[in-house]
Write a protein that binds this ligand. Structure first.
Ligand code: SF4
Ligand code: SF4
Length: 82
């Protein structure tokens, strides 16, 4: 999963781009729910939040590493119709 760092400026552009609804406003800045973040695997070739973020504050979350298989597992769980 990816994580939003405290460099986030709350510009709101990433939230609607997430195909998994993993991004939401937290107490102070936007947050990513690691259980829903597939790093965009299954939907896009690259993480859409990273593509649109103007301050590049969305790195890999070292606390929530995922193999490609785990990312695909999350994708199929979130989108059982696929
Ligand atoms: Fe959502 Fe993709 Fe960003 Fe994860 S990498 S939070 S799935 S847009
Ligand atoms: Fe924060 Fe980047 Fe999302 Fe804007 S695009 S709300 S700066 S994480």
């Amino acid at each position: 999963a990816l994580i939003i760092t405290d460099e986030c400026i709350n510009c709101d552009v990433c939230e609607p781009e997430c195909p998994n609804g993993a991004i939401s406003m937290g107490e102070e800045i936007y947050e990513i729910d690691p259980s829903k973040c597939t790093e965009c695997v299954g939907h896009f070739d690259e993480p859409q939040c990273v593509v649109v973020c103007p301050v590049e504050c969305i790195p890999l979350d070292p606390a929530h590493p995922d193999t490609r298989q785990q990312l695909l597992g999350k994708f199929f769980k979130l989108h059982p119709d696929k």
